[in-house]
Write a protein that binds this ligand. Structure first.
Ligand SMILES: [Zn+2]
Ligand SMILES: [Zn+2]
Length: 333
C-alpha cells in the first residue's frame, strides 16, 4: 500500500509510491550534456571577459593575481538596486516598488567544470563567497530576505553553462519561508525543541536515509522526501543564519556537498539539479526555533497537475532506497 508521509519541516503530505516505486538506477539520465571547452571566448564569465559583466562586487583572489570566484550584479536582475521600498495601496490592489539586489556568483574560471568535479577546497571558496554576499545583502536595510540558489542544467532553469549560482535579496518574506517558520514556531511551542535539531537527531539515529556525514554536517534523503533523491544538508550545530557559519563549518559543508554531488554525478549520470540555502538574517541568527539548511532537488522527474492542484507531492522513489543507492556509488577520492 502507498504511504502518505508527513513532512513536518515543510508541512507537506507526500505520497510515497511504495509498490510502483522505480528502482534508483531507473532515474539515471541519458547522456544529455554536450561536452564543453574549458574556455569559451564569447562567455561573459570566462577569464579575460571581466569587463563584459557589471561591476564586480566581490572576488576570492587566486595566487596568480586572477580570481577563483567572483560575484557580479545580474545583468538581467529581477529587481532594481536603486530606490526606496514604498508600499502603494490602491483600494483592493497593492504593490511594493521592485527594489532588491541580485548577483551572479561565478564559481570558477573554468567554463566546463561542475561542482561535483571541483576540488573540495574550491567548493569551500564558493561557500565563502555565498557567506560574504549573504552578510553584505542583509546589511542593506531594504532587504527582508536573501536566498542563495543554484540552477544546474536546462531542466533546472538555466541555459548558461559557465558554473554559477545566484543570490537575490528582496524586500518581502517569501511564502515558502513563512510556511516553514510557522511550522517551526508551532513545533517549538508544542515540544519546546528545534524541529530541525529533532529531525536531524531522528535521521542520524535511524541512519537508513543518511547519504554523507562528517563532524559538522549531515546529508540525508528526508523521510518524506518531496521528490526522488531530494536531499537536505543540515548543520549539526544549531543556528538560524548561514552567514554565521564558521570557516571550519564551511570546510565540512564543502566536503559533504561535494561528496553528495559527486555521488549524484556518478550514480545518476550528471543530473540537472537546483539547490537553495534556507536561512534567516544575521539579526535573527540566534533564534532557537529555526535552523538554516540546504535543500537539493535533482530534476529527474517533472511535477504535474496533481502537484499543481494540491500542493501535495507524489514521490516515485523510496527515500530509503535512494539513500542506500547513493551510499553505494563508487566515486573518485
Ligand atoms: Zn565561460
Ligand atoms: Zn536546531
Amino acid at each position: 500500500m502507498p504511504e502518505i508521509r508527513s513532512n513536518p519541516v515543510t508541512g507537506d503530505w507526500v505520497i510515497i509510491a511504495t509498490e510502483r516505486a522505480r528502482r534508483p538506477e531507473e532515474f539515471t539520465q541519458k547522456a544529455h550534456r554536450a561536452p564543453l571547452p574549458p574556455y569559451a571566448p564569447e562567455c561573459p564569465f570566462c577569464p579575460g571577459n571581466e569587463d563584459k559583466t557589471p561591476k564586480e562586487q566581490f572576488r576570492v583572489p587566486s595566487p596568480d593575481g586572477g580570481w577563483l570566484v567572483r560575484s557580479v550584479p545580474n545583468r538581467f536582475a529581477a529587481l532594481t538596486p536603486e530606490g526606496n521600498v514604498e508600499r502603494h495601496v490602491h483600494g483592493f490592489r497593492s504593490f511594493l516598488d521592485g527594489v532588491g539586489l541580485h548577483e551572479v556568483i561565478v564559481e570558477t574560471p573554468a567554463h566546463n567544470l561542475t561542482t561535483a568535479l571541483l576540488p573540495v577546497a574550491h567548493v569551500e571558496r564558493i561557500l565563502e563567497a555565498y557567506r560574504h554576499r549573504l552578510r553584505a545583502f542583509y546589511e542593506d536595510r531594504r532587504i527582508e530576505h536573501v536566498i542563495v540558489f543554484k540552477n544546474y542544467g536546462e531542466a533546472a532553469g538555466t541555459s548558461l553553462t559557465h558554473p554559477h549560482s545566484q543570490i537575490v535579496g528582496m524586500p518581502v518574506l517569501p511564502n515558502q519561508l513563512r510556511a516553514r517558520l510557522e511550522e517551526a514556531v508551532r513545533h517549538w511551542g508544542n515540544a519546546g525543541e528545534c524541529l530541525y535539531c529533532r529531525t536531524l537527531h531522528e535521521e542520524l539515529e535511524d541512519g537508513t536515509r543518511v547519504v554523507a556525514e562528517n563532524d559538522s554536517f549531515a546529508a540525508f534523503v528526508p523521510y518524506a522526501a518531496l521528490s526522488p533523491f531530494h536531499i537536505w544538508f543540515f548543520p549539526k550545530q544549531h543556528g538560524a543564519c548561514f552567514g554565521d557559519a564558521t570557516d571550519a563549518q564551511l570546510a565540512d559543508l564543502a566536503a559533504v556537498l561535494r561528496e553528495v554531488l559527486a555521488r549524484l554525478h556518478a550514480g545518476l549520470q550528471d543530473p540537472d539539479y537546483n539547490y537553495v540555502i534556507r536561512s534567516l538574517s544575521p539579526q535573527e541568527g540566534s533564534v532557537r526555533y529555526f535552523h538554516w539548511y540546504i535543500s537539493l532537488i535533482p530534476r529527474v522527474t517533472k511535477s504535474a497537475g496533481f502537484e499543481l492542484g494540491t500542493g501535495m507531492f507524489i514521490n516515485t522513489a523510496l527515500p530509503e532506497r535512494s539513500a542506500e543507492y547513493l551510499r553505494g556509488v563508487a566515486i573518485p577520492a
